[in-house]
Write a protein that binds this ligand. Structure first.
Ligand code: ZN
Length: 123
């Protein structure tokens, strides 16, 4: 499953970041996913939640923000956001397009909180 290996990658990156903040826990991970990246958000969240059960990330939330596809027309230089499968320039209807964004996938931010505070609230 494609999403499971992505979730695994995200967890590794977050754990690496967490090493620099030893007394914190991860509250949420914000992930930007382009609509053209062929990632199923639900599957990715499910994979993430399954994989973190036995790790120090347990309880963290994965929040996915979808990035629309943005293209630049090579004919008139107009930039437009397009619906999937409708690849033509909004301004001149040209089809010679360069994809500027929409196929990426990256961690936007990691929300952490102080472990001691969290434990205090929790008990
Ligand atoms: Zn155009």
């Amino acid at each position: 499953m494609h999403e499971l290996s992505i979730a695994d990658n995200v967890i590794r990156i977050v754990q690496e970041q967490l090493k620099q903040h030893p007394s914190t826990r991860v509250k949420a991970v914000y992930l930007q996913v382009g609509v053209m990246s062929n990632v199923l958000a639900d599957s990715l969240v499910f994979g993430f939640e399954t994989l973190i059960q036995d790790t120090d990330l347990r309880g963290a939330q994965l929040i996915i923000r979808e990035i629309p596809v943005t293209v630049r027309c090579r004919t008139c230089s107009c930039e437009s956001q397009i619906e999937q499968f409708q690849f033509h320039c909004r301004q001149c209807a040209g089809e010679d397009l360069e994809v500027i964004s929409g196929d990426e996938l990256f961690i936007e931010s990691i929300e952490i909180e102080n472990k001691a505070e969290y434990e205090h609230i929790d008990h």
